[in-house]
Design a protein around this ligand. Sequence first.
Ligand code: PEP
Ligand code: MN
Length: 351
Amino acid sequence: MTDNFDIRAWLRKPERLLVVSGPCSVESERQLLETAEGLSKIKNVNVLRGGIWKPRTRPDVFEGVGEVGLEWMREAKERFGFLTMTEVATPEHVELALKHGIDILWVGARTVVNPFSVQEIANCLRGNDMPVFVKNPIAPDVRLWLGAFERLESAGLRYLGAIHRGFASFDNTRYRNAPLWEVPIELNRLRPDIPIITDISHICGCRELLQDTAQKALDLATDGFMIESHCNPDAALTDSRQQLTPKALQSLLNQLVVRIKNASNETRLQIFRKEIDIIDDEILSLIAKRMNVSEKIGEYKKEQKVAVLQMDRWKQVLDDHINKGVRLGLSAEAVKDIFEAIHKESISRQL
Ligand code: PEP
Ligand code: MN
């Protein structure tokens, strides 16, 4: 815990890492205070988060404790000296959060996709000096993310931050929300004045991936983290697989290797190289995935007594890929070489 942490000054000049932590959902007074007490022993945690109204994917499940939880947040703030932060999705949420002394707001990924909702929140905050963070929308649309900042700025808000929480996709094998690091990098290019913190909890969806993902974010010069924590994660009412105990959070933070002290010390070249490493990882896992499908096709062909190499089909696939590649600005030769190599491996898997 840091005494008198000045979030407005940090948003203007994010010189050191901001760490926001606390439960996905505020569940009870006891759960919040016990979690906050654990977090208060970690010197790097500056802000206590707590979800009061939960945007759930499916209906008829726990949707947050509502207004009463805001008083528990106030209690945690008074006892342990944290700044408090919660998610708002409607003007009513904003009014209640202000009434109960919440220090910082964030607009969630599901709300940012809707410009009407963002505008309503902005209108409700007009003339207020509240610090507001905006999560990325669930689709990788940088302009929509930018638009949310612009709406808040037009309403006079001056202390804004971004939260990168990853992007939904139909087929996520590794991450709950694919990080697509190029998106926050693009936001940073367009709006270098807006600090970006990384919500590794919602990117990963499980505890096992948190450490590596936090390191990756740090290597890409993140300005801080949002990490969900809970005094008893397995019993959490929401997001139980991704929450850490305060002790585990401490250990994760201790293990981070700070390679980049400050984004301005890092050359663009190094940041681009990190980005390339991440894309290469994605290419490798996609190729592995493709080979798994190939093997299934191989089994099917065996059962049906079909020859492994269907020359006509392969010619057509290769032509399609070359055309698509050329439209994307690649050379026909490069696309041909890459896909012939992939096809060779695929055939040998099927044999
Ligand atoms: C959350 O932070 O608990 C949350 C609901 O996040 P997101 O908006 O990223 O889904
Ligand atoms: Mn959550």
